[in-house]
Design a protein around this ligand. Structure first.
Ligand SMILES: NC(=O)c1ccc[n+]([C@@H]2O[C@H](COP(=O)([O-])OP(=O)(O)OC[C@H]3O[C@@H](n4cnc5c(N)ncnc54)[C@H](O)[C@@H]3O)[C@@H](O)[C@H]2O)c1
Length: 458
């Protein structure tokens, strides 16, 4: 669990508003005058929640938010597809009968649905495909709402920068922000990384990170056509089968491998992250990589690779070796390792070897639901006004994934600075079901794939 500074006494919503008003000053307040500005909630208040993106993880996150201690209500939901929203609402009503109050006129569908749902809540859960996250986060902060947003928080350089700008704004507005990198709330990671920060393996020479497994779901064009009763537009199809398009998922190096890259970033930071965003975040200086599509060759698997292998070089000379693969019947591992001058560490297993050998005890290893704890921590920060903003390290970890993809797609050595400042915006220009998509299939329904040596990524 993060351990933000505890406020001496719980503050009421009014007291919180008064104090924050003084801090913001009259000019800032004048700018905010037209916004519903839900700054805080005292421990006894009912916290109103809106869910944006009502799929598997969004529904899970709403369940966890409603399971935090204190009074909560789900008051609005938004999704691109109505059937996803209805399915999620049914599940949540079953589980949290008295805490779900989402009548027909608080159910919003389509690309602009997020704005209306955000307006009705104190806390918003952002769980759409990650391409939309910077837009939705920026809007939630503009409307003065606390946020839980899933990882990744962006899929390109412009998106990462937008998230950092909104995170800075959130600090100014005293909004609390959680990011779904739940290992930061998992006791085994917290205990192990604390030991690494205290020097258990000495100086870090190298690290390794893996998300190698068989892959994920594919949603076919034919299934969507059956549901719609007509052929889908290209935008409908890409939104439905979002995993396989860079503008929506960032590729699996972003969508999944971010968890492992994020752990290494956390280890390399060497101390707890600063929720004000003022302390610089450690990051690699350059990255090289290789990747491609060996088995992911169907028309339904869009444009993403099925394997990436990268070397990230930090300024202190240490190297992160990273692999992510979506190929069945190969070596599988989702894990992170550290090699130091005095020993080694398997971070997720809580095992340190060498001079300071240690194995996490059973009560640290077992019986913790990090998905629930991350919501407990966020809601505690909201109710008790504790500094809380995970968007800064969430943005850096998202950039770790993006720069890896830039390296494997281009075959070039990518400098962090160039990736961070990249002007390549992978998102569509407009959002509508008949709007042009950033990539399109050829006449045979096949999408073009990045070609190292030819594809330009920064
Ligand atoms: N932290 C974790 O361990 C974890 C686990 C799973 C997923 N996730 C993340 O959660 C996010 C969602 O993943 P999922 O598995 O729930 O996917 P999903 O496909 O089940 O759900 C996504 C939902 O968002 C909706 N949506 C798409 N675009 C939208 C838009 N512009 N406005 C409103 N709704 C929109 C979709 O219709 C769908 O219902 C992803 O970023 C994923 O990486 C995190």
């Amino acid at each position: 669990m993060t351990s933000p500074q505890k406020s001496p006494t719980p503050v009421s919503r009014r007291g919180f508003l008064q104090r924050s008003s003084a801090a913001l000053g009259s000019v800032a307040l004048a700018n905010l005058a037209t916004e519903r500005f839900a700054l805080g909630a005292s421990p006894g208040d009912t916290v109103k929640i809106a869910l944006i993106g009502c799929g598997g993880r969004g529904s899970g996150a709403a369940d966890q938010a409603l399971s935090t201690s204190g009074s909560t209500r789900l008051v609005a939901m938004a999704d691109a597809f109505k059937e996803r929203l209805d399915g999620s609402l049914g599940m949540l009503k079953n589980k949290h009968k008295d805490k779900v109050e989402v009548p027909e006129d608080k159910k919003f569908v389509g690309f602009d649905a997020y704005k209306q749902a955000i307006a009705l809540a104190d806390v918003v859960i952002l769980a759409t495909p990650p391409g939309f996250r910077p837009i939705h986060f920026e809007e939630a902060v503009r409307q003065g709402k606390h946020v839980f947003m899933e990882k990744p928080v962006a899929v390109d350089g412009p998106g990462v920068r937008k998230v950092i700008a909104a995170a800075e704004e959130a600090v100014k507005k005293n909004l609390k922000v959680g990011v779904g990198l739940q290992r930061h709330h998992q006791p085994i990671y917290l205990e192990t990384i604390k030991r690494l920060n205290d020097g258990a393996v000495g100086d870090i020479l190298a690290t390794r990170a893996f998300w190698n497994d068989a892959g994920v779901w594919v949603r076919s064009r034919a299934d969507l056509a059956k549901k719609l009763g007509r052929p889908p537009t290209e935008m409908e199809y890409q939104m439905y089968n979002w995993y396989y398009f860079v503008w929506l998922s960032g590729d699996h190096i972003c969508e999944q491998h971010i968890h492992n890259l994020d752990v290494i970033q956390w280890v390399k930071q060497g101390k707890p992250y600063d929720p004000t965003g003022k302390t610089p975040i450690v990051h690699p200086v350059k990255v090289r990589g290789m990747g491609g599509r060996q088995v992911r060759t169907s028309k339904e698997t869009g444009e993403i690779f099925d394997h990436h292998a990268c070397q990230y070089e930090y300024g202190d000379g240490s190297i992160l070796f990273s692999e992510c693969r979506h190929i069945p019947q190969c070596w599988s591992s989702v894990s992170e390792y550290v090699v130091g001058t005095k020993g080694n560490c398997n971070v997720g297993s809580g095992v340190i070897t060498g001079a300071n050998a240690w194995r996490a005890p059973r009560e640290v290893r077992e019986g913790h639901d990090a998905y629930q704890i991350e919501h407990n921590d966020l809601f505690d920060a909201i109710r008790n006004d504790k500094p809380y903003n995970e968007a800064f390290f969430g943005a850096y970890s998202s950039m770790m994934s993006v720069i890896g993809r830039m390296a494997t797609y281009s075959g070039k050595e990518i400098l962090w600075e160039d990736a961070w400042n990249s002007q390549i915006d992978v998102m569509p220009k407009t959002y509508a079901w008949d709007a042009p998509t950033p990539v399109n299939p050829d006449k045979d329904g096949v999408y073009s794939i990045a070609v190292p040596g030819k594809t330009i990524t920064v």
